[in-house]
Design a protein around this ligand. Structure first.
Ligand SMILES: CC(C)(COP(=O)(O)OP(=O)(O)OC[C@H]1O[C@@H](n2cnc3c(N)ncnc32)[C@H](O)[C@@H]1OP(=O)(O)O)[C@@H](O)C(=O)NCCC(=O)NCCS
Length: 214
């Protein structure tokens, strides 16, 4: 049936094996492995105040170490599945083995071969340009073909709030194309007594050919 062929043509599927870790010298970025849960929990505990209000899940998720262990195990279980829509990754300090932040390819849209990169860092490594280095390498891996150790995506977006100055600066420094503003796109119910309300989000994007030939 021709229409059936049309509906699956060009659809993205996840790599069959986990792509290699990204080596950034003192740091490495990789998909989670069994055993990373407690490290993830520790980093979130120590970063919760600093990464709120932009990471609103901090209020409801990873409240106990078991939550983070379960979160990691769920993704490890799904590694190798073709239809994943979320590939979270940790940023590890090689010397200590500790997790100092997280990133990943989220909200993957198979039909348009598109994903969103999200990120946060432990405050002890803020302000050193680390996230720009992480995101540069992750964008390259996201666009590299699966045969060559990448994820084979075609378009990647980053959506910082217009008020999130450090994150907007990361996107600008990456040289991404600012495509516009998504008005009142996300609700921010903080602080509780006087919530900020709906936030405008910038949409920054990179396309595979543009990024790999920049
Ligand atoms: C966004 C984040 C990952 C940036 O990482 P980083 O590696 O510290 O970023 P950089 O060191 O490249 O700093 C980015 C820029 O923001 C500036 N900056 C840092 N903290 C700032 C602050 N509180 N207010 C304004 N600017 C700030 C830095 O000076 C730098 O600007 P410069 O290029 O002019 O020097 C980090 O701030 C973070 O984890 N924030 C909380 C979570 C978050 O907001 N995630 C993004 C959601 S879209």
């Amino acid at each position: 049936m021709q229409w059936l062929q049309y509906t699956t043509e060009g659809m993205w599927t996840a790599p069959k094996s986990v792509p290699p870790a990204i080596d950034l010298g003192e740091f490495e970025v990789r998909e989670y492995q069994s055993g990373d849960g407690p490290k993830l929990f520790r980093a979130i505990e120590e970063s919760r105040d600093a990464i709120l209000p932009w990471m609103i899940w901090c209020l409801t998720d990873h409240l106990k170490v078991e939550d983070s262990i379960f979160y990691v195990q769920r993704f490890v279980r799904d590694q190798g599945r073709e239809d994943v829509t979320d590939i979270p990754m940790g940023i590890f300090e090689k010397r200590s083995g500790e997790l100092v932040g997280a990133t990943g390819l989220h909200d993957i849209k198979a039909r348009s071969q598109q994903a969103e990169i999200g990120y946060w860092l432990h405050p002890r490594v803020h302000g050193q340009g680390l996230m720009t280095r992480v995101a540069t390498a992750l964008l390259t891996q996201a666009f590299t073909s699966q045969d060559a150790g990448g994820y084979g995506l075609r378009r990647v977006v980053i959506l910082p709030s217009t008020r999130n100055e450090p994150s907007v600066k990361v996107c600008e420094r990456l040289g991404l194309h600012r495509e516009g503003i998504l008005r009142q796109e996300r609700y921010l119910g903080l602080p509780k007594e006087n919530p900020i309300g709906y936030l405008d989000m910038c949409i920054y994007a990179a396309l595979r050919d543009e990024w790999l030939n920049r």
